[in-house]
Design a protein around this ligand. Structure first.
Ligand code: DQA
Length: 147
């Protein structure tokens, strides 16, 4: 069975109450449930992690291939705009990676307009709220299937 790693970056544990006009009212648990249902239908195994710590995220990405994952779905959250370490980990991991964002980072503050992650992933889906995750997972599964 194929294995996908989902990584939620910093502050995404606060979804539901965190700036709901920007990020919506769904909790992370609800989003994870949606992804699990989608994965079950597609007959793939999903491991879901959330961390507020850059090094922990780097470790997850760095060990993903050894841990037999075929792909990674990641919302790097604020590290999107700051983390060379997360970017380098993705570039080195040798797996198919899809980046997602709940909000449209290009319609927000200027400091969010730059993603250090986008150049090293297969594709990015953003601006569709929680649907960015389901669309991102569908795209990732498709890429893995046709690889
Ligand atoms: C985010 C966008 C980032 O700019 C922000 O720092 C986040 C969430 C999103 O999903 O829209 O924490 O990645």
């Amino acid at each position: 069975m194929k294995k996908i790693l989902v990584i939620h970056g910093p502050n995404l544990d606060l979804l539901g109450t965190r700036e709901p006009t920007i990020y919506g009212r769904l909790t992370l648990a609800k989003i994870n449930r949606m992804l699990k249902i989608q994965a079950k239908k597609a007959k793939v195994a999903l491991v879901i992690k959330q961390s507020n710590h850059e090094g922990a995220i780097v470790d997850l990405i760095g060990r993903a291939k050894k841990n037999k994952f075929q792909g990674i779905l990641i919302n790097p959250a604020a590290y999107t705009h700051t983390s060379v370490a997360v970017r380098d980990a993705i570039a080195a991991c040798g797996l198919i990676v899809v980046e997602v964002h709940l909000s449209n980072i290009y319609s927000r503050e200027e400091f969010r307009h730059k993603s250090l992650i986008s150049p090293v992933v297969c594709g990015t889906i953003l601006g569709f709220g929680a649907n960015s995750y389901t669309l991102g997972l569908a795209a990732l599964l498709d890429l893995i299937r046709t690889k």
